[in-house]
Each structure stands twice: as C-alpha cells, then as structure tokens.
Design a protein around this ligand. Structure first.
Ligand code: ZN
Length: 139
C-alpha cells in the first residue's frame, strides 16, 4: 500500500516535470469535453504552446503547476529554504516567460485562461469558473 502510493506520487511528479499530458491537464481536458467544449491541444504555432486551445471561443488555457509557475499567495508555490539561490532566478525566468507568452497571445486576440493545479481541488467550482469564462467568449 505504502509502496503504491509512493509510486503514484513519483509518477505524478515525473509527469509534472515533463510538462505535457500531466494529470491536471487530463482532468481539465476531460472536464471540458464532458461540458461540451471542443478543443485542440498543444498548438505549437502559438506562443507558450498552450495546453488547451478553444478556437470557437478564441481562448487558450494553460494548466499551471503552482510551484513551477509560482502561483501568487499559494502555499504550494513556497520556495524550498535550501537552494534558494538556485530556485529564485529559475522560477523568476519561468514567470517572465509566462508573462511574455500571455502578452503575445493577447495581442493576437486570444483570451488567456490559467487553471492552477490547486484549483483542481474543487472540481465543481472549477467547472463553474471555466463555464463562466468561456461563455462570454463564444464567437
Ligand atoms: Zn495554487
């Protein structure tokens, strides 16, 4: 039992590090699909390679890990006390790159939605969030 949990946690961490088709991404995708939204994934021709693209809604969604993308005021974004010199500049770069990507997308007419990993704790609330954000965007 303990072993299983560890293994699960390990693969979860691995998938997060690789950054594609992570568990949160799969959850959000299946949620959107069940809500009737149709989308494309990982469009390489868009800045930042958004996780989900909804052309009909002119909206892109990034599903961001709270730590890697430094979710403000989120306790999952706490930087480890050791190796701060390593983490702070590294995470700052990620955040800056995110900002640039979002700006580029917005100036191309896309609405950018960010779903934070911690928002997956409350699936019902996340559904409402997505529905509200997307409905106003429908072309
Ligand atoms: Zn968070």
């Amino acid at each position: 039992m303990t072993d299983n949990l560890t293994k699960e946690k390990r693969s979860w961490n691995m998938s997060r590090i690789k950054g594609k088709n992570t568990k949160p991404e799969l959850i959000v995708r299946s949620m959107l699909y069940s809500m009737g939204f149709r989308f494309r994934i990982h469009r390489k021709d868009l800045p930042g390679n958004p996780d989900v693209v909804l052309p009909k809604y002119k909206t892109v969604i990034f599903i961001n890990g709270c730590f890697w993308h430094q979710h403000e005021k989120c306790r999952r974004a706490n930087i480890p006390k050791t190796n701060k010199d390593y983490w702070i500049p590294k995470l700052k770069r990620v955040k800056e790159r995110d900002k640039e990507n979002y700006k580029a997308l917005e100036s191309a007419g896309w609405k950018v939605l960010v779903v934070w990993e911690c928002m997956l704790k409350d699936i019902e609330e996340l559904k409402i969030f997505l529905k509200n954000k997307l409905e106003v965007q429908k072309i």
